[in-house]
Design a protein around this ligand. Sequence first.
Ligand SMILES: [Zn+2]
Length: 70
Amino acid sequence: MPNPKRRHTRARRDSRRSQNWKLEIKELAPCGQCGALRVSHRVCPSCGSYNGKVEVTKKAPKKETGGEQK
Ligand SMILES: [Zn+2]
């Protein structure tokens, strides 16, 4: 079994146990279409475009198909 050779300092131990760095929002990039910040490799939440194309049309008033109902 591998053992640690030296004991870590209190500051290093405590900084490891404080896992607040996981709460930071990462991978935000401006959208190519509308310029709003959106998560990378995801469809833009404001304009619904991805990779220069409109993939999802938001707030589309179509009720004929009846895809989603709430
Ligand atoms: Zn956008």
